[in-house]
Design a protein around this ligand. Structure first.
Ligand code: PGA
Length: 266
């Protein structure tokens, strides 16, 4: 049974002075059984958010790591530096692919660093609008997956709880979402690429795939109704406690239904 995950990507928002309070408010408003909650604030707010979430069963994640261990990389943060601050990390977000020119090979190196530092990675993939309109979305995402994952230690990734977020670039921050059917088809295509192209076989079925891109409490239900989708990576709406409460409450319904289907308590 795959977990149901709601991951908050705060992007370049909040300060060390206000992040802890926001995280604590969200934690208190989202106490639902069966849902894995993750908050990814800016690096500089990680300590405040970690402290605010102590004992609250909400994980803390970073939004990026550098691909090297350490050295002369002004302004960068390595995976091992996050020890004690974060247990998850978002990698390959489309804003970093676009603004920092991150390519699949570099993202693959970051992934390897993240795993060896004991972080749980969320690898982001997704096509731009022209690629979707040209009917190339599945091919583009498969290329991203192969580029980042080829040659990686599958067992180490699985042990780390590797997660994939499908985020169509044209849906991020635009108020426009993929249809739930398209998102579900992509989640299936992602697992098919892992299973066949990358040789993960049946292990591909255990990899959670999240949908991201203008997710809100009003639309998350459509995505969570899809068996192949295991939650959301949420940007704008994740800064609003009411929205987080609504999304996690809806995710708890799916978590409960999945547990019941397996004959387990949520
Ligand atoms: P959004 O961002 O929810 O604001 O569209 C999602 C993301 O970029 O992870």
């Amino acid at each position: 049974m795959r977990p149901v995950i709601i991951a908050a990507n705060w992007k370049m928002n909040t300060t060390p002075a206000d992040a802890g309070e926001l995280a604590a408010t969200i934690a208190a408003r989202t106490e639902e059984p069966g849902v894995v909650r993750v908050i990814c604030p800016p690096y500089i707010c990680l300590a405040a958010v970690r402290d605010a979430l102590a004992g609250k069963n909400v994980a803390v994640g970073a939004q990026n790591v550098h691909h090297e261990q350490g050295g002369a990389y002004t302004g960068e943060i390595s995976a091992s530096m996050l020890a004690g601050l974060a247990t998850w990390v978002i990698l390959g977000h489309s804003e970093r692919r676009r603004d920092e020119f991150e390519d699949d090979e570099l993202i693959g190196k970051k992934l390897a660093r993240a795993i060896s530092a004991g972080l749980r990675p969320i690898l982001c993939v997704g096509e731009v609008l022209a690629e979707r309109e040209a009917g190339r979305a599945v091919e583009v995402v498969a290329t991203q997956l192969r580029g980042a994952l080829v040659g990686k230690d599958v067992e180490a990734l699985l042990n780390a709880g590797f997660v994939i977020a499908y985020e169509p670039v044209w849906a991020i921050g635009t108020g426009r979402t993929a249809s739930s059917a398209d998102a579900a088809a992509m989640a299936e295509a992602i697992r098919a690429t892992l299973a066949a192209d990358l040789g993960w076989g049946h292990n591909a079925e255990s990899v959670p795939v999240l949908y991201g891109g203008s997710v809100t409490s009003a639309n998350i239900g459509e995505f969570l109704a899809e068996h192949s989708i295991d939650g959301g990576l949420v940007g704008g709406a994740s800064l609003k406690p009411d929205e987080m409460a609504g999304m996690v409450a809806r995710a708890a319904v799916t978590a409960k239904a999945r547990a019941a289907a397996e004959g387990k308590p949520a």
